[in-house]
Design a protein around this ligand. Sequence first.
Ligand code: PGA
Length: 262
Amino acid sequence: MRKFFVAGNWKMNKTIAEAQALMEAMLPQLAGIDNVDIGVAPPYLALPAMVERCRGAGVKVGAQNLFWEASGAYTGEVAAPMVAEICEFVIVGHSERRKFFGETDETVNQRLKAALAAGLEVIVCVGETLEENEAGLTAAVVTRQLTEGLAGITEAQAAKITIAYEPVWAIGTGRAATPEDANRVHRDVIRPLLRQQFGDARAEQMRIQYGGSVTPDNAAELFAMSDIDGALVGGASLKAESFIAIVKAASLVAIIEQETKK
Ligand code: PGA
């Protein structure tokens, strides 16, 4: 059984002070939930404070992006060894990076390789746009993004990778994919690609998060699906109450699945 991984992507939100207040509100309620991997990805400047605060608290802290060169004259960029010095994980390939900052499958692959070389766990984001979805291109787009994004990655490296399927039309729109539609992409497109590249055993262990308007209202239904192994949460991760409720939904579904297996 795969352990759920619920991560909050705070995007460009929260000053250090605001991040501290949010974390103070969340940690007491998240304490003791050990059947879900919990992560937060604050903006870079809040990372040191969040890492400090989360030490020993069962919450992983990650960055939202990194650059593939290890050092040098790249004004404004942050390198993988810098992220790895304090963080456990990093997100790469988010659709906002693709849309606003020219990210391509090739640069996702470069970032992924740099992150893995630095020892980071990585969440690799994929997902189709509304136009691609309406044109029936979902499987083709996700296949291209994963094939190129994961090019050259070995089975051993894949142990550190989580895939996040985030249909672009569902991000920040309040219009999540239905659990069935999301699961179809996870089960019939993403997992088979992982099997092909990494073999059955590794593919079965790899977690595939769903992202795009996950809320306390739809989380349990999503988590109950066979191949949805957690969530990458944007908007709902900015408030303690809603993020905690989503983590608790994962915990509850995990308990129920454990019970019904017996
Ligand atoms: P959302 O964002 O939950 O606000 O839709 C998800 C994401 O972009 O990771």
